[in-house]
Design a protein around this ligand. Sequence first.
Ligand code: PLP
Length: 397
Amino acid sequence: MFDTLSATPLDPILSLMAEFRADRRERKIDLGVGVYQDDSGATPVMAAVRSAEAQLYATEQSKTYQGIAGNPAFGEVMLAQLFGADNPLLASDRARFISTPGGSGALRLGGELLRRANPQAQLLVGTPTWPNHIPLLGSAGLPMVEYNYLNSARSAVDMDALQAALQAAKPGDVVLLHGCCHNPSGVDLSAAQWLQIVELCERGGLIPFVDVAYLGLGEGLAADGAPLRLLAERLPEFIVASSCSKNFGLYRERTGGLAIVAQSASAVERAANQAMAQARQIWSMPPAHGADIVATLLADRALAAQWRDELEAVRQRIVAMRQLLVERANGNRAGIDFSAIIEQRGMFSFLGISPAQVVALREQHGVYMIDSTRVNLAGINSHNIDHLSEALYAVLV
Ligand SMILES: Cc1ncc(COP(=O)(O)O)c(C=O)c1O
């Protein structure tokens, strides 16, 4: 039977990672992979996560199922983190949280829920976007309408295109938005632009679907959550796919969830019930280990404070690497001005070089990035910046 199958291309990042691993050169640099790396190039377990995990290990009494929505304590801390513990949204009981296998699981579940709530709904997607958005949400069966998220220089939001797309949408259509740290461009919406979007959603009866995979890595936890608090204040209905992969470093534990906000407690109850029915058909019960770690960590004041400090250090390292890259790449008279990278947020930015230059960097200098020229700023460190800077000079000048 299986000999009828042909091979399907996997995510290009995966093949690039394999090529990088097979490269025997000592001075090689991986700017392609989408995980945080510290100055030594490692993706460490955060100390607060390790302590929470030890607490959990010492106290956990059972591995029995926790239910389709997962650990309720995880749901509570996640809602409090997304919207603020004292948000009236939570007191009015209009929000529910369903634990999922990572942010990817939340995206897929959100897509399934939206399609059932409104089979006519179209999903507005600003491109470029995280490439996996398209298959994840497409498999949920939502028809997509794409618009240009970025201007032609890929350095700022194309607000005209975004507004035109939202104005052309019909009531009940869904707008996919990156909460912060836009992947792949690092070009985030400003507070004023979020306000414009909220007003267009209010006027047009549109439903935001916000992907929050990097909370705390942009401007910091409070500032990165501001758009979510704005949505909670102004809109009756929206959903949020949230991931703990990057900000807790829990990647392989598959930790995240879907937050559902509806106009009343009874409406959100029905929506959560439908989402759980879908989850039951896809993965049945969510993974628990990562969610239990987050619940343990955030319930412990000292560990929560330690985690916030560690997260802030991660954020500041990425900001510092943005500055270092621009300083060195501009300073070497390569002829291209990379300054916009300093204004961008999160782990990624486009380098904006040509496809031939991407290949030359890889083949001649062992500097790996995906064809779109998206680079992971956290792949840069004090040990490889000289090599990177020399490679850029050699290839670009
Ligand atoms: C924009 C975006 N959304 C969602 C995710 C999903 O993350 P995960 O499923 O690993 O939690 C990622 C991961 O790279 C991402 O970049």
